[in-house]
Design a protein around this ligand. Structure first.
Ligand SMILES: *[C@@H]1O[C@H](CO)[C@@H](O)[C@H](O)[C@H]1NC(C)=O
Ligand SMILES: *[C@@H]1O[C@H](CO)[C@@H](O)[C@H](O)[C@H]1NC(C)=O
Length: 302
């Protein structure tokens, strides 16, 4: 019984090993998921494990968002990869200089007309890493001690999406301030995925220069540093409020003054012009206006 099974296995083994052509064309690749850096070459491998047809038909298709297009067809590189790639033995495709738009699935298809199994295909996904560009950073110029604030950092080009790190006075801020004796009392938290640096309660010590770095496997980039000032009390707010009140007061005063003056002037012009007209022309008006202005001012002061 055991012997019979052994023999059966042996027969199966030898038939598999000795007559590969009976199985037809078989493809293999070294990597089904391929990462490449933008502007660098990459080779997608399509290895032919077994074949007995002499001149198999080789085709490559690119499938992006579910839409297939030829990149190797009738023995020529075509479509998106034209002039940017070449076919290499046995059926590999070499892209000389990848770009971000090459991120897609690629299918190698081999048709071997003289084989029993006359077709095989293999799907490879290519992802092109893109270096981050300089992120956009927003750092408030001035904040008050004890208030909350958020610094933001955003970068949209990098692929895969970058991770963010923040630097304060050129030193990297650990993700958790509790991990640093120097920063243990700081209330910030960093979200490395979104780029937010949040302070629950700003301290005087949090003032300084800030910049952010966006980093992925392809590289990194950072924004120029920006200064955040921290005020003890809301001097700026008080100043602005005070300033606002003064401005409002001046506006109200000017409006009243203007309307009174206009009223006065109109009346005066009516009266005085009757007898002053021949002697003076514009000089009178000027003097009058000035006098009126003066009168109002002094009456206000009194
Ligand atoms: C790759 O392409 C980019 C942009 O198309 C170009 O700037 C760069 O010089 C190329 N690199 C090589 C090695 O050809
Ligand atoms: C943190 O706060 C504690 C308690 O207020 C204080 O004793 C300690 O010196 C502070 N540490 C630093 C580094 O500021």
């Amino acid at each position: 019984m055991a012997n019979a099974r052994l023999i059966a296995c042996f027969i199966l083994y030898t038939s598999l090993g000795h007559v590969p052509s009976s199985l037809g064309v078989i493809l293999r690749t070294t990597d089904k998921i391929v990462w490449a850096n933008e502007f660098e070459p990459i080779e997608l491998t399509c290895l032919i494990e077994s074949i007995s047809t002499n001149n198999p038909r080789i085709e490559w298709k690119k499938i992006k968002n579910g839409v297939p297009s030829y990149v190797y067809f009738q023995n020529r590189i075509a479509g998106d990869l034209e002039h940017r790639a070449q076919l290499r033995e046995p059926a590999n495709i070499l892209i000389f200089n990848t770009t971000r738009s090459d991120t897609a699935e690629y299918r190698c298809e081999v048709a071997a007309i003289d084989d029993q199994r006359d077709f095989d295909e293999i799907l490879i996904s290519l992802a092109v890493r893109v270096k981050p560009v300089v992120p956009r950073c927003s750092v408030p110029e001035a904040v008050t001690v004890g208030t909350s604030t958020e610094l933001r950092c955003l970068e949209n080009e990098g692929f895969p999406a970058p991770q963010y790190r923040w630097f304060h006075n050129s030193e990297e801020l650990p993700q958790d301030p509790k991990n640093s004796p120097r920063l243990v009392n700081s209330s910030y938290s960093i979200n490395p995925d979104t780029g937010g640096l949040k302070f629950r309660r700003v301290r005087k010590e949090d003032a300084g220069e800030y910049y952010c770095q966006a980093k992925n496997d392809a590289g990194h980039a950072q924004c120029p540093s920006q200064t955040m000032e921290v005020y003890d009390v809301d001097i700026l707010g008080i100043f602005l409020k005070g300033f606002g009140a003064v401005v409002l007061f001046i506006c109200v005063f000017a409006t009243i003054c203007h309307s009174l003056k206009r009223g006065c002037f109109d009346k005066k012009g009516h009266n005085e012009n009757n007898y002053n007209w021949p002697a003076q022309n514009d000089g009178v008006d000027y003097g009058d206006a000035d006098e009126g202005h003066f009168r109002h001012k002094s009456s206000f002061i009194i």
